[in-house]
Design a protein around this ligand. Structure first.
Ligand code: HEM
Length: 397
């Protein structure tokens, strides 16, 4: 299985259709080829679901010390399914046994400034010296019958699953015990893909995962060629047989006449069947915002979990980013509003669902009479106030 993950447990957006625009905003300016905060903060000012990811990116963990001292997260929700056909949602997490370490700004300048390949060098040298990097693999699981029991949508990639109620369960480990011989052949030409799963693991309805499972192989056919799975770095190591015969750069010698399946001339048979989660679907198919956006609660909780000096560094990085002269007053005040919980969401509970609405909708609504409601703890008012006073801006929303 390919766990194509990240060193953070969440992602910027929850709608895969926005991925190309997100990448453009994060990449260098197409005119100057300089990466610029005003473009990044402009794009994400339309996407408050990105706040949680920013509590990692602008936190100390945003600059890892090197590859050995980083967490790894699958981020997306997959499904584990046993032989009896029982399914559980699952998230995968790697934890380095040597702990997570970060570089604060002054050290980052020194370390990166003296050797821009420092992280690769650390990894290569550690493995060569027999000091093998190791990660423990943990899973968190949710019974799909409990999917609606949380104040967030468990299949939303902008959310973490709280470890106090959904504990990490150790299931394995990974040790890097050999350096590769040729960087291009064995690293650059690798084609990892979230669609590659093994029996017992299946996809879920996590929408961002759904957009990822086809886009990687599309890119890889373009980046490496249609026969990229024949490259030694990507080909199965066991005996295999498929009918992928043609296309550019086919370098596999084959002399058989049967290149279709099934055939009575060919003894090849199906591999052992394994269950995939069945699902009964009904209801409307529509393009809509998810019910439980809950964009602010987890970012606020994470910020409040930081020690005061870590909170100060987080705020300083925000001030730096928002001080880009091309960040407009409007964009600055939107970010301050996001962080200071000015945009209140109200949860309305009824017996079956939790609905989310903006405060303005509540005032005009009649629903209050029918439902009990509570105001959700949101990002963090003091964080927003600190940003506002440093930048001399008032929240606009
Ligand atoms: C809609 C969401 C996403 C889309 C459409 C998408 C698409 C892609 C594509 C097309 C590539 C290039 C693949 C290649 O050339 O081999 C890529 C690379 C990558 N993506 Fe994503 N991605 C998405 C979200 C994510 C998320 C949530 C993560 C982390 C959890 C992630 C982690 C990575 C990594 C690590 C690579 C480098 C893979 C490699 O070098 O083989 N992506 N992504």
């Amino acid at each position: 299985m390919d766990l194509v993950g990240n060193n953070f447990p969440v992602f910027f957006i929850r709608d895969g259709m926005k991925f190309p625009d997100m990448v453009h905003a994060l990449k260098p300016n197409p005119k100057s080829h300089i990466q610029e905060n005003w473009r990044i903060l402009d794009f994400f000012s339309h996407h408050p679901e990105s706040l949680h990811m920013f509590t990692f990116l602008f936190d100390d963990v945003g600059v890892p010390q090197d590859y050995r001292h980083m967490d790894g997260s699958g981020v997306n929700t997959y499904t584990l399914i046993n032989k009896a056909g029982k399914a559980h949602y699952v998230k995968f997490h790697w934890r380095p046994t040597c702990g997570v370490k970060c570089l604060l700004e002054d050290d980052a300048v020194k370390v990166g400034g003296s050797n821009h390949s420092h992280a690769t060098q650390d990894l290569y040298d550690s493995i060569a010296a027999g000091n093998y990097p190791e990660w423990k693999l943990y899973i968190q699981t949710i019974d799909p019958d409990h999917e609606d029991k949380f104040d967030f949508d468990p299949l939303d990639v902008t959310k973490t699953w709280p470890e106090d109620i959904l504990p990490l369960q150790p299931v394995g480990r990974m040790v890097l015990n050999k350096n590769i011989d040729n960087f291009f052949a064995e690293n650059e030409q690798i084609a990892f893909c979230p669609a590659i799963v093994v029996p017992g693991v299946y996809y879920s309805d996590d929408k961002l995962l759904q957009t990822r499972i086809f886009s990687y192989s599309d890119t890889q056919r373009h980046r490496l060629g249609p026969n990229y799975l024949q490259l030694p770095a990507n080909a199965p190591k066991c005996a295999h047989h498929n009918n992928h015969h043609e296309g550019f750069m086919n370098f596999m010698h084959r002399d058989e006449e049967i290149n279709y399946f099934p055939s009575r001339y060919d003894p090849v048979r199906h591999a052992e069947r394994f269950p995939i989660p069945p699902a009964i679907l009904n209801g409307r198919r529509e393009k809509a915002i998810i019910e439980k956006e809950n964009n602010f609660k987890q970012p606020g909780e994470r910020y409040r979990s930081f020690e005061p000096d870590r909170q100060d560094r987080f705020i300083r990085r925000w001030i730096d980013a928002l001080s880009d002269p091309r960040v407009t007053h409007e964009i600055r005040s939107i970010w301050i509003s996001y962080w200071s919980q000015v945009r209140l969401e109200v949860q309305i509970y009824n017996s079956r669902n939790i609905l989310f609405m903006n405060v303005e909708q509540i005032y005009t609504g009649f629903l209050i009479q029918c439902f009990s409601f509570c105001i959700v703890t949101q990002a963090d008012r003091s964080l927003g106030q600190k940003l506002a006073s440093h930048l001399n801006v008032r929240p606009s929303i």
